[in-house]
Write a new protein. Structure first.
Length: 265
């Protein structure tokens, strides 16, 4: 058996299934999805239910699930007027997710919300002698292995929204991570974005995770969708599955780069 992680699926059900095939995922394996399963792509609700219905898969909350929980009616009615509803629907691709959510029965909506509220935000585990800390983006020791419904909401907000790669690139936040004997795995900020920032505007070819000290970013850039369809290597995006047993990466692209570009690598 092996333990895998992936992050930021953003409604791309077919690509996720292709990824499971690519890694040869079986009932004996485990998969942790590090949040942002929903929004932008159309099949986020289908993905949430697929993950929920597989006992060997688990979801950690991302900022998109957090927005959803702060937007939809808590009791399961098909209403969307919570405090995050405007930023969710109008600015973060939540409209398609809410449409699919509203089409469920009230009972199904309630079950989905109950399951979401019972997910972890920060999860630690040991695989093959190595300690891992998984989260959607940031870290908070107080939230380790605490389910969302028991957590202080502002602390959750910090973990699912803040990022040393976005708001605070180049700060000494690395020092925070240095204190711990964990390999930190997170998503939230596409590796293409970070590589471009540190690469002076250039994204190197290939879809690979970003390794920086004891931190690994595995957001493969699904949120960009399929619109980089000219096959240029600098636009490769998709999902990055990481096997924790041996730290092997399994990139799953929307489209393969054309052959002549593959050969240049
Ligand atoms: Mn995110």
């Amino acid at each position: 058996m092996a333990v895998y992680t992936v992050s930021d699926l953003h409604g791309h059900y077919d690509l996720f299934r292709k990824g499971l095939e690519t890694i040869g995922f079986s009932d004996a394996d485990e998969l942790y999805v590090l949040g942002d399963v929903i929004d932008r792509g159309a099949e986020g609700i289908k993905l949430l239910r697929y993950i929920r219905d597989h006992k060997n898969m688990d979801l950690l909350l991302g900022n998109h699930e957090h927005m959803m929980l702060h937007s939809v009616d808590r009791s399961g009615r098909a209403l969307c007027s919570g405090i995050d509803s405007v930023i969710w629907l109008d600015y973060n691709g939540g409209e398609v997710t809410f449409a699919h959510y509203a089409a469920l029965t009230e009972g199904a909506r309630k079950r989905l919300l109950g399951w979401l509220r019972n997910r972890y935000v920060v999860k630690t585990l040991e695989v093959n002698g190595r300690n891992f800390c998984l989260s959607h983006s940031f870290f908070d020791e107080e939230l380790i292995n605490l389910r969302y419904r028991y957590a202080e909401d502002h602390a959750v907000y910090n973990v699912v929204w803040r990022s040393i790669y976005r708001e605070e690139p180049g700060t000494n936040a690395v020092d925070l991570y240095d204190q711990y004997d964990y390999t930190f795995i997170s998503g939230h900020v596409p590796v293409q974005y970070v590589k471009c920032y540190y690469g002076g505007g250039q994204v190197p070819p290939g879809l690979t995770a970003l390794w920086h000290g004891n931190m690994v970013d595995i957001d493969g850039g699904c949120s960009y969708g399929e619109h980089f369809d000219d096959g240029t290597p600098e636009h490769e995006n998709g999902m990055l599955f990481l096997r924790l047993d041996d730290l092997k990466e399994f990139p799953v692209r929307f489209r393969q780069a054309p052959k002549h570009m593959e050969e240049q690598r």
